[in-house]
Design a protein around this ligand. Sequence first.
Ligand code: HEM
Length: 78
Amino acid sequence: MGPGYLNLTNRRSPEWIMNMILNVDVMLDEDPIARKMLEECLVRMPNQNISEEEARDLLEFFRHIDEEHAGVRDQGVL
Ligand code: HEM
């Protein structure tokens, strides 16, 4: 449904990713990058009531797959 996750941590900062998972409605309304993705995808990512701890686990998972598949992680600055 949404953009692929490969290289996510090389495209975006950890703060941005955490915000997208935890505060998706605010991000889709106010963050320029998220707004642009919404314009392209035409689907609002749903708020899934994920806890902060779960969001941290997801971030670690994204880091892990970037390291495994791209050989590099945490390059995202925006
Ligand atoms: C735990 C589950 C999920 C996580 C961790 C997650 C995470 C993310 C992240 C980090 C982005 C930004 C991607 C980027 O910058 O390239 C994103 C975007 C997006 N996600 Fe999810 N997502 C989840 C579930 C879903 C579900 C269930 C949908 C189904 C509709 C969805 C639809 C989208 C869409 C359409 C976007 C692009 C922005 C928009 O148009 O709203 N996501 N997601």
